[in-house]
Design a protein around this ligand. Structure first.
Ligand code: HEC
Length: 174
């Protein structure tokens, strides 16, 4: 009988143990992601600028990973395209982004002040891979703790949104 009691007590303790493990799982996974990201950053600073980093080419580090693989030629701001981009932005981005304040994601008015147009296009067109592989976007994920999801944009749609962001950036500087 007493053996049975010990058995039950062990079972209950075991159960608590498991429960504890389960609730710890998320922070542990986060820690693992963070330490991987930190490792990658320190590896990058150890490598010379001409070498590929974390499997990314120099182009990808600067301009992002995705369908945009060459520098874009951007002319003067096209107001018709800005209008189209604004509509798409309101439909597909404004749930998470505002121009001037932080929402689910970062404010975007000045994004072109610190990212290249190609980077912004690749982020719109290929957020999954950008989040997984680009060191700058990994840092953003660690800060915003939400994953930006692909909004089913065509390259043309993304180009229009880019025009809207170029316009917004210019307006902000006035
Ligand atoms: C579900 C919410 C969500 C939607 C919808 C969304 N984003 Fe994001 N976006 C984020 C988050 C969160 C980040 C920060 C990176 C991360 O955690 O994934 C981000 C990051 C970005 C960045 C990188 C900013 C930087 O400083 O490098 C750009 C550019 C961007 N988003 C543009 C857009 C555009 C344009 C759209 C619409 C086509 C859009 N996003 C739709 C949540 C979203």
């Amino acid at each position: 009988m007493s053996r049975f009691v010990v058995f039950v007590v062990l079972l209950v303790l075991g159960g608590i143990g498991w429960g504890g493990c389960g609730s710890d799982a998320t922070p542990a996974a986060e820690k693992a992601t963070k330490s991987r990201a930190t490792k990658q950053i320190s590896q990058e600073s150890n490598q010379s600028a001409t070498e590929n980093t974390g499997g990314l080419s120099e182009f990808e580090l600067k301009h992002g990973i995705g369908p945009i693989k060459k520098k874009l030629t951007l002319g003067k701001i096209d107001s018709k395209l800005v209008g189209k981009g604004k509509k798409i932005f309101e439909l597909k981005c404004s749930a998470c982004h505002e121009l001037d304040s932080r929402r689910v994601g970062p404010p975007l008015r000045d994004v072109l002040g610190h990212r290249t147009p190609e980077f912004v296009m690749n982020m719109m067109l290929n957020p999954d891979e950008m989040i997984k592989r680009h060191p700058e976007v990994k840092k953003l994920l660690a800060e915003y703790l939400t994953v930006m999801t692909f909004q089913n944009l065509s390259v043309e749609d993304a180009r229009a949104v880019l025009e809207y962001l170029r316009w917004a950036h210019q307006q902000g500087k006035k």
